[in-house]
Design a protein. Sequence first.
Lengths: 763, 243
Amino acid sequence: MGCGDSRHSDRSPHGLGRNVGRATGERISALVKRKASLVLDHDVVFDGSGNPNYSRGAFPWSGLGLGLALEEFLSAQRIPAWLRRNVLASPIHHFGWASLLLLIALAVAPTKDFFNEWRHYQRKYRKFISTRTDSTTLQHHFPGGIQQIWLPELSVVDRCTTCHVAVTEKSLQGAASGPEPFRTHPQVAHNVKDWGCVICHRGQGPATEVAEAHNATRAWEEPILPARYLEASCGQCHRAPLTGTPKLNLGRDLLGRYGCVHCHTIKLPDGSAVRPADDPPSLSHIADKTTREWIYAWLKNPYAYAVTTTMPDFKLTDSDARDISAFLIANSTPVAGNTLLLTPATTTKDLKEPDPTAGASLYGESFCASCHSVQNAAGNVVGGDVGPELTRVGNKAKPEWLRAWLRNPRLYNPETAMPHYRFSDTQVSLLTAYLGSKTDSDLLANVHLDAATPEQVANGKLLITTYGCASCHEIRGIKKPDNFAPELTRVGSKPLTEIVFLPGMKRSTPDYIATKIRQPRAFGPGLKMPQYTLAPAQIEALTIALLSFTERAHNLPMALTVPANSPSNYQPAGKAGELIADLACFSCHAINGRGGEMAPDLSWEGTAVQRSWLQAFLKNPGTLRPALIRRMPKFNLSDSEITQLTDYLMTVYQTPAFDRDSLSSSGYPPALVEQGKQLFYSKYDCQACHIIDTKADKGYIGPTLTQVGSRLNAAWIYHWLKNPQALQPGTSEPNRNMNDEDARALTAFLMTQRGSSKPEKKH
Amino acid sequence: MTRLWRIFLVASLLLGGAACTRKRELASTLKPTGFGAALVESSGGKQTGAIGTLLPQPLVVQVNDEQGAPVAGALVQFSGPAGVTFDPPNALTDSSGQLSTNVALASMAGRYQLTARTSTKSQKIVELKLEEIALGYQEQFGFQLNNKYCAGCHDPESTPQRVSNYENLEVKPHPFTEGDAFNKMSDDDLIAIISHGGPALKRSGLMPPYGYTLSKNEIEALVSYVRLVSDPPYAPGTVYTRK
């Protein structure tokens, strides 16, 4: 072609004139790509760029052109007449020529077979292994000919190993690996022979030509899945998070966190649906909480208020934002029973001479930052992501609402993840003043709204229906729309023919999904999907999660799928259950499969800890791990509440595996204690991660053990030492395969660690 | 000559022309307004990322003049082995003399040598070579396990999520990038020390055994991760460079 580096010209043949014929252009681009495949030798597989290769089965334009041209040439030279005169003079001549033609025609098939691409690669492979010292063994492993993996129950017929001959060749792994396509498959949990290739890599298994196997064709639309999206394939069967698929795990997390599934239904093969993990606030009582000006600014640009928000930008015009804010305020009703609390700060005593740093200290002491984040002067967001960002909360929340909320958030929103801190009136005032001071003078500076007209309110209601606001938010008088956006149950195998691509875009499903998430409104006028602010890595993760929802995932035998733990709706009973709900323990702690991951699982807390320790901890939570930033807050519980909670935890949350009181808490012989100490410091070197002696030990990986004898039960320590993972699956403490004698001695030693009388104040 | 002949000729010309225009479009149209004398790395070298995926941090380079002062408006072009993508592949430096690009490594696990180029006033090319590491499935798996079980002691750097225990240990563990320490050890040695703890190789008992906690598969994944990130590289000659 004379264009130098041909890899750059394989993008798309859109620039070709109509008279040339699309198929010709694409056939040529396919040829170019074939050449490129030899260049891309670092790829797991030849990335066909997703350009569909329609040359197969299309009208052979170039052949026709050549034929017509040849015909024209021959007739111009009067060659047929010459042929008739000289070559086809007699029947013998006729017979001779016909036989020759027949021979040639017969020779075509074997010749074509001989020049097959796979034979070319197998010859190359033979040449490659012949240079190696173990060539005889390798030769012995290599049968030659077309190879096939046939797995009828998975509907897999893969001939990929015909060219990728060394996929399972152990001696060619790593540095010894040959050039593509002879690389050995990296070690993964599944054996290639049991699963085939296309289940993970996609592409066309039965094909024996490079372009057909890897690219999209008219007959087969599934091209090879690029390596960056490969984790999507794991997600077809594995519904639970895997250690080896961090991007897929993140993507699934984001699908829930950003509430994509409020609008887009995603059904799983087992019949359940993907559930949202966010909690968009109800807007039915919004006038209690904030002003119309804030709603307007928020709708216009949510990120100006909070950079971490999951609320997207709907690109509303000024008048649209004006009308929606008008409707929301007009539609809002006061929260029943909350009115008493909504009175402004009454007692002047509360607000008199407040120490300006006292509010900030209270915010810190209450560990608000475990859940809420604040953007600091350097622009970094610091804090947890369970609750909303509070950088500019003073612009949003009305002081009287903030007071009521801090007193008891459950009155405004019974389902909130925020615990009901038992703050005193002074504390409420301090925190209200502190949070109220968190403002940004620019945020509402240019918002001036005239009183709303009835037309504006009516139009606002219409807009809310148009944009589907009620899909996420509860809004009084507006029904949650069903299937507001397209269902994404099988989006991972959406046919290319059903996708409208942007000009210049790579024609592949992954690229379409990623671009749609990045620029949702770019695909045409009148689209309603809002703009999210996502980092490139988040978009990639979301794309991977969406690509895992394939047709194949629904067709695989159910026995092969590895289901996720079904979400539990465990509810503790009685008064203690009410208390656990009021304190929102599940926001951080998991119990019996329900709850967050920020804090320890409490399912067997009653077996693990001693009653007196739990009581003291609930009264004044200290820290067990000085290195952690997130801590258990002090909820200012009353003595009766503490007793209630302690009784419940100690009685109900017990492991069935062993008896809590099977080992005594004291009275161990000094010799056994000394033996345990020896084991602790010399045989097991526990001081690498734990601290017993605050002066000598420095291990900060595990919890501090200075008071472990008054915190944990002896039986728990003993069984923990025997097998930590059995008591807390996933703990990073290694199983030491300890014998009974060592475990008993160490338990004796640890039970003598009762710490000093006053709790440590080292942090 | 006949009409068909002419159609054929025109068609071939069009075809060749169309294929060549793509090439011409790719040539950079950026006009540098400044020229530097040196190219230095600001951040983003020696990162690890999953194959085919964007590296966690962008690659930032800076163009300086002879005196070491940053140069704005200098044209920097990035290139790497086949399959590596840069966004943007070339651009002008900003007012602080810096240029940031997002890098996605190709789809084979290994070390990649990337090149940044800028030209001086006298059209001399200044090059900066950088190395990044792509983790394949197995190495990525090992990296996850490393984060959970090993990094607390073996990584001297603390992050807000994880305070390093490195400084607190009497016998300092080797960070996994220490190729001089790890490259001497065979795979079997590494598997033994992970499975049975430090004493298995007559080393510190502060390294506990993980053979009863991790599976064989997981331990092999950890070894493959350690092998890939070690510096100098464990297997010399496995760095992917531009052909």
